[in-house]
Design a protein around this ligand. Structure first.
Ligand code: 6PG
Length: 256
């Protein structure tokens, strides 16, 4: 692994290029899937949209090693969704379906798109998470593996700086909109459910993200997490001692 001076919450894994990085991330996901299936006979995976993970999703279905992921035991959730129909290019579910889900053996009941046409898409998603993962209405669902990204402003999922969903602590999916939220309005997983995950991975690639990573590093060094202004710093599944967070960075993003 390349060394990096970045001080981030969790482990930092840097590879020279996305080819090696995707391999390592895929292996970690595979390990989490086998462990989950062995322990609970099901793997709950939450995936992000955006441009960075698309090539990784294609890799998941084209790399012979990674194709071994137990898709027949996997439930795929969305980390966030833009409130647009699936026919819209901005739909995260559309991207994930076209890059990945259309190419793996999964039943419809194992796919969990956000019901964007509902009158309460976030409320519906919150209920679905509780019912499918815990089987009751009053639980905090534990996702097995959550793949996150990071925007130039330090947002993750659709948790944008100073946006209302950052303050939600009693629901696991929330609507989000406002001046800092890149349109269209969104539905996002909330920090409590991200932090309840068994494993979270943040995939950040390319020189364009190096400045944002330096801001996160400086914030952690100077003052510690500041989720309101740099939402990614609020992600810490280790805070209750039973989850892990790993950053997957290519050398360009890490400035290595
Ligand atoms: C989304 C996301 C979002 C994304 C970051 C990074 O739907 O926009 O899930 O949190 O991960 O914005 O996006 P890029 O990969 O496009 O830079």
């Amino acid at each position: 692994m390349a060394t990096t001076q970045l001080q981030l919450t969790g482990d930092v894994h840097v590879r020279p290029d996305t080819d090696e990085l995707f391999h390592d991330l895929g292996r970690a996901m595979l390990g989490a899937a086998f462990a989950a299936v062995s322990d609970r006979d099901v793997f709950h995976l939450a995936l992000s949209g955006g441009t960075t993970p698309e090539k990784f999703y294609i890799r998941l279905v084209t790399d012979p090693t990674l194709r071994a992921l137990p898709w027949d035991k996997t439930h795929v959730w969305l980390v966030d969704e833009r409130l647009v129909p699936e026919s819209d290019d901005r739909s995260n579910y559309r991207m994930i379906r076209e890059a990945l889900l259309d190419h793996v053996p999964m039943k419809k009941r194992q796919r969990h798109p956000v019901s964007v046409a509902s009158t309460d898409p976030a409320g519906d998603y919150d209920r679905e998470l509780r019912e499918v993962i815990c089987g009751n209405a009053s639980c905090l669902p534990k996702l097995d593996f959550v793949l996150l990204g990071m925007g130039d402003d330090g947002h993750t999922a659709s948790l944008f700086p100073e946006s209302p969903a950052l303050r939600v602590s009693d629901r696991w999916a929330a609507a989000n909109d406002g001046p800092t939220v890149t349109p269209p309005p969104r539905v996002t997983l909330t920090l409590p459910v991200l932090n309840a995950a068994r494993q979270a991975a943040v995939l950040v690639t390319g020189a364009k993200k190096a400045a944002a990573l330096r801001r996160v590093d400086e914030q952690i060094r100077r003052g510690g997490p500041d989720p309101l202004h740099l939402p990614i710093t609020g992600v810490d599944p280790d805070q209750h001692g039973d989850g892990t967070l790993t950053w997957y960075l290519d050398a360009a993003a890490a400035g290595a």
